[in-house]
Design a protein around this ligand. Structure first.
Ligand code: HEC
Length: 120
């Protein structure tokens, strides 16, 4: 009896851990994508890093609720990233819930953490 309970419990716990890891994203993978000109089908030869060198200028982007690119209003970081993918990389917009998007978002959010620009 007990072994069944333990097995069930460990299945639930490892399931939770897997979904947690998925939802948090991988900063290192996000950084690789940020430096990859072929990210999301990019064809312009630019990577994100070509314009945002080492993420410069994006330190606060992870905390912003509203953006203003190309005269339009965007209300999420994912929306802005997709605009840069489509317009600057000449790639295809990503599903906001895709692992690649989650990884790049994690990388951008990590940028604000080791600068003086970080708000308390
Ligand atoms: C050809 C140059 C170029 C490329 C390549 C580019 N961007 Fe941008 N990006 C811009 C410009 C211009 C802006 C608007 C001005 C600004 O905020 O720096 C911007 C704005 C942003 C913002 C919003 C910054 C803010 O705080 O408002 C984010 C986030 C961003 N880009 C992410 C990315 C990502 C991720 C990639 C790669 C998929 C990328 N960009 C590729 C030029 C580029």
């Amino acid at each position: 009896m007990n072994i069944i309970k333990v097995t069930l419990l460990s299945m639930i716990i490892s399931g939770l851990m897997t979904s947690f890891a998925f939802a948090t994203g991988d900063v290192a993978k996000g950084k690789n994508l940020f430096n990859d000109p072929k990210f999301s089908g990019g064809t312009s030869g630019n990577s994100c890093n070509s314009c945002h060198s080492d993420g410069k200028g994006l330190e606060n982007a992870g905390m912003k609720k509203e953006f203003n690119l190309g005269g339009k209003k965007q209300t999420s970081l994912e929306e802005v990233i997709n605009m840069c993918i489509q317009n600057a990389l000449k790639g295809t917009a990503l599903d906001p819930n895709s692992q690649e998007m989650i990884d790049v978002v994690s990388y951008i959010k990590s940028l604000g953490k080791d600068t003086t620009a970080t708000k308390q």
